[in-house]
Design a binder for this molecule. Structure first.
Ligand code: ZN
Length: 507
């Protein structure tokens, strides 16, 4: 081992400081979503904006450029295939991206986003799109400016510059190429279900339980699955999320107001999947460096989908859960058996709300958002037409009429935050999860039995070793290939859904 390079050590230390400030920024936005009184909104918007500016200033300081350039001259650090080379490659990428954005724009986006999010909450409650429209207009205007600053890749479009932040090197045209045939196959599957399927009863999911006992069940499941509650929390919000802050601090949220009691359970499982990824990243040694960060949102989402759908909607999971649920939720749970819960949790029925959609229809929700936000950026769709464009696609993709904007285009928080180009990562996550699941079951032949006994350790360890531990050392595509042995394909997901539908619907 050569002596540690002073420039490299200093570079990592500067990045760690910036990441700690970023964690403070995450913390105040978590607080805004959970406990902040409504009148704090305007002050909080200023705080978010000031912090975003400071973080950005740190990330783009000339000192970073200087140290990075020095490190890039060091043959030891840049040895092909080494961890330090990967770290430097990604630090360079982050720096280039961050310096393309003027500080004023970063601050403006943070401030406008904070306000828009507050208005979105009210608009959603009142189902009043007109109230939200000017804010949405502003967020798209600022985001378009952001995309222009970041630069459109050759032969690409504005959307590509935005998605690159969430899912590097995945242009919109390529997403469209995956989505279009997937949509056709999913629609075909849905049609078969609706025409000839024998629909299971959803009654087991409609049992009523108080939020307190549901919360207790959530915490029980988190602990058994290996989420470290000494390094994380579970709270309630309008829109469930997971926020990984500094080392040892991962915040999960869920909500207990869903139509079905399992909405909260699956929401918790979903966010826990994100949380396990955050807890599994090597933050103790690499916080602030790319090696200590998640690789892409698609991979992040694969982790949440895995626990929510591949584990949580499986029969072994229900076999394990029911005796414990009886102790926590009460004897009412005995009205139904394992098969009833398993069938009920796997209905494939078009619905209006994305976060409560089933596995088979979920991706159709994503595809309609992808089309609308892409159209808004291109200018093909005007903000005032969003409700009509939304409702038309819900009818076309899912066969449903949207009764109000609360259950239509106002349901998601993303656009108010300026998260545009983000939705496709959900479907990419489903595709990655399905492909990993096939490989995991080959590597761990006892997995089904283990889950039935509440043993989740081997699964978590597989994910820790093959996915979490690498941070951003490999690209998402490379990581997928290393972990599963092949490039990303939509076949595993289609196989999974077809098999599920055959079991549950008999078609
Ligand atoms: Zn998620």
């Amino acid at each position: 081992m050569s002596a540690p390079n002073a420039a490299y050590t200093q570079l990592c230390s500067l990045l760690r400081d910036a990441a700690h400030l970023g964690a403070v920024s995450s913390l105040i936005s978590w607080d805004q979503e959970t406990y902040m009184p409504p009148s704090g909104a305007s002050g909080r918007a200023d705080q978010s904006s000031i912090l975003a500016g400071i973080v950005h200033e740190r990330q783009t300081s000339p000192k970073i450029a200087e140290l990075l350039a020095a490190c890039e001259q060091d043959a030891d650090l840049t040895k092909p295939g080494s961890a330090t080379a990967a770290n430097l490659r990604e630090i360079r990428r982050d720096y280039e991206l961050a310096t393309k954005l003027p500080k004023e724009l970063v601050e403006e986006l943070a401030k406008a986003g904070s306000m828009a999010q507050q208005v979105w909450k009210e608009a959603r409650e009142k189902s009043d799109f007109a109230l939200f429209a000017p804010h949405l207009e502003r967020m798209f205007l600022l985001t378009r400016r952001k995309a222009e600053c970041l630069g459109v890749p050759r032969g690409g479009e504005l959307y590509d510059a935005l998605i690159d932040e969430y899912e590097p090197n995945t242009p919109a045209a390529e997403i469209e190429k995956v989505f279009t045939p997937l949509r056709a196959r999913l629609s075909e599957l849905l049609k078969r279900v609706q025409a000839d399927g024998n629909p299971p009863s959803e009654k087991p999911l409609l049992l009523k339980f108080e939020p307190e006992v549901q919360h207790a069940l959530g915490l029980f499941v988190l602990e058994k699955m290996g989420f470290d509650l000494k390094a994380g929390r579970l709270d309630t919000t309008t829109h469930p999320f997971c926020s990984g802050m500094g080392p040892g601090d991962v915040r999960l949220t869920t909500r207990y107001r869903g139509e079905k009691w399992t909405d909260a359970l699956y929401g918790t499982l979903h966010e826990m999947g994100h949380g396990l990824y955050e807890q599994g990243l090597p933050k103790d040694s690499h916080f602030g460096e790319p090696l200590g960060a998640s690789v892409s949102l698609g991979i992040h989402e694969s982790q949440s989908r895995m626990w929510e759908n591949f584990v949580g909607r499986g029969k072994p999971f229900w076999k394990w859960l029911i005796p414990h649920a009886r102790k926590i939720l009460g004897k009412r749970i005995d009205r139904y058996d394992v098969k009833d819960y398993f069938f009920a949790a796997n209905t494939a029925r078009p619905s209006l709300i994305r976060v409560e959609a089933d596995e088979a229809t979920y991706n159709l929700h994503v595809m309609l958002r992808f089309e609308i936000e892409r159209g808004l950026l291109r200018g093909d769709i005007k903000v005032r037409d969003v409700p009509a464009e939304w409702n038309r696609r819900v009818k076309e993709f899912l066969g449903l009429d949207v009764p109000d904007d609360r259950r239509g285009c106002l349901q998601d928080v993303h656009w108010s935050f300026g998260l545009i180009g983000y939705f496709p990562t959900y479907t990419l996550g489903n595709l990655y999860a399905a492909q990993m699941w096939e490989k995991i079951n080959k590597d761990l032949p006892d997995l089904t039995k283990d889950i039935g006994k509440g043993k989740f350790g081997a699964l978590k360890a597989w994910l820790n070793t093959n996915i979490h531990a690498h941070g951003r050392r490999y690209s998402a595509a490379e990581l997928c290939k290393r972990a599963t042995g092949s490039e990303l394909s939509s076949e595993p997901l289609l196989r999974h859904l077809s098999a599920k539908i055959k079991t549950v619907y008999g078609v």
